[in-house]
Design a protein around this ligand. Sequence first.
Ligand SMILES: [Zn+2]
Length: 287
Amino acid sequence: MQLESLQIDVVEDGRFGLDGGAMFGIIPRPLWSRSDPPDEANRIEMALRCLLIRDGQRCILIDNGMGEQWNDRQRGQFALDRTRVPCLLDNLERLGVDRRDITDMVFTHFHFDHNGGTVMPDGSLAFPGAMHHGSKVNYDLALSPSAKDAGSFRPEDRAGLVIGENLTLHEGPWRLTPQLDFIVSDGHTLGMHLPRIVSGGETMVFCADLVPTSSHLHLPWVMGYDCMPVRTIEEKTDLLAQAYDHNWILLFEHDPEIDGCRVVKDERGRYRRGEVIDLGGIGRSWG
Ligand SMILES: [Zn+2]
C-alpha cells in the first residue's frame, strides 16, 4: 500500500540540562564528557524535541517539553533556557499552527520533560481541542511512583486531564493512524510508548528515553534514571538491530545537535551514527 507523505516538523521547547553522570549511568566521565561536555554544575545540554505530524486531517503533537510551570529556582536547577531555542508554543506559531488546532496530544510517557507543556501557567489546558493520549501502565505508575522516580512525575502536569473525556489511555502496542503506531518499552519507565512513523517510503522511530541522544547508541550507555537498565539494553539491542536491518531513521528527543540518524556498525560490530537526518526544524518540513 502506497502511503501519502506526512508533514513532519520538529518543534523544540528550548533547552535544558541534566547531570551528565545520571545521563550515562555507569560510564565514567572521561568517556562521556568527550561527546557531551558538561557545564560547571556537571550538566549536559539537552534538547526538548517534540514532533508535529500532519496528515491533512489530524494535527498530532508528540510530547510537549517542560512547559512553563517552573519557578526561578527550578529553572536554574535544570538550566531551562529558551533564548537560543524558543519555547514550544512560539515554535508552533512560527509554523502557523494554533495550539487550539492540535487534534491529538500524545505522550511517550508522563515524566516532566515530556508532558510539562500540557497545562498553561493559568491552569488551563495548552491544547484544549486535543484528545490527549498516553500509556495506561505509565499513567498508573505516575499516580503511585516509586521513590526512585517520584521526582519525575508531577501532578500539576496532568491537572485538567480526565480519562474518557480529554484523555485516552492505551495498553500495549497501539495505532493512532495507518502511518503512526506505538512500540512499548519498559526499561526507562514502565509502559513507555515509542512512535513509529511510516512516510515517504521511510520508517522513523522517535526513541524518547530509550535512546535519548545519539551518544546512547552505544549499548551500555544507559541512563542512571532508568528503572530497569538491563531491560533498556535488551530493548535497545532489539530496536537498533531492526533499524540497522531495515535502514530505519531513529529520532532523538534529547540530542543537542541532531534530529536523528540512520544506524551503521563500526569495525567491531558496535552501532554508531550513520547518515545524519535533519527534519528541518522550526518552520521547515520534511516528508
Ligand atoms: Zn526525557
